[in-house]
Design a binder for this molecule. Sequence first.
Ligand code: Q46
Ligand code: ZN
Length: 299
Amino acid sequence: MRCKICRKEKAVINIKSYLLSLCKDCFVDRFRRQLRHTIKQYRMFGPNDRILIAVSGGKDSSVLWYLLTEMGYQADGLYIDLGIEKNQYSLRSKEYAQQLSQSLKRPLLVYDLRTNTGKGIPDLKGHSNRKSCSVCGKIKRHFMNKIAREKGYDCLATGHNLDDETAALLQSTLRWQQHYLGRQAPVLEEREEGFVRKVKPLVRFTEKEVALFAFLSQLPYLEDECPYAKGATTLFLKDILNQIEERSPGTKLAFYQEFLKIKALFQRELPPPNQCMICGMPTTAQICSACKILSPSLP
Ligand code: Q46
Ligand code: ZN
């Protein structure tokens, strides 16, 4: 099959939702253009902003860091060492993050959970994998926000792609969780009370597109899943969405984009948060969820 744009080269991908087959060069060009467009469309950041990228050693955050650096943004990396020893997961993912930092010549901040709190995710996890991910998600969000604020970054960028966003959207929709629906967006504005601005520049790309970009650009990244990912609800929902996409190409993008048009219906004025009695970070309770996880004996 020939590329539909240049009509010369052999196609490497068939994007069914656009009825578009593309060769290597046309695919990576289009990827870059779409990323620029997304950043502009949602006014994610400007050329003078300092961006902190949550880097995991995986494909999404690696592609994001690589491209933002190539586009001339001041983007530094933040790697949170979760202390996951199984399959040497944390050790190996950190090595990939460090390798990318060196090749991009951009600083990588490393926050070691075990050194700083005395506990890694395996020590904090509950009885099931589902519990590990929910604990891990809260801990990561807490320290990413804290570090981005303390170091004075203008925004925190994550590598969430269209598959991640539609899986989260499906999960919230199935239970009509208005609080989550009201807060799901490509940009979460900074709130004075201590939440840094959060942006997701890869929201338009499927996991498959990001993986192909990483492969074609020969970007080194850790292909293994986290050992706790097995059985996670998100993977199950992604699988269902992929089956729907297979039968009806374009559904994922439409699901997400049409949701953004009606998202205001779910937005609620939030009461000003309290300051956590332990760490001072914003929380709706007296003690934030991260401090509760780290000190389970607290009330
Ligand atoms: S790192 Fe953490 Fe993920 Fe591992 S424990 Fe679950 S949430 S799967 S992105
Ligand atoms: Zn706290």
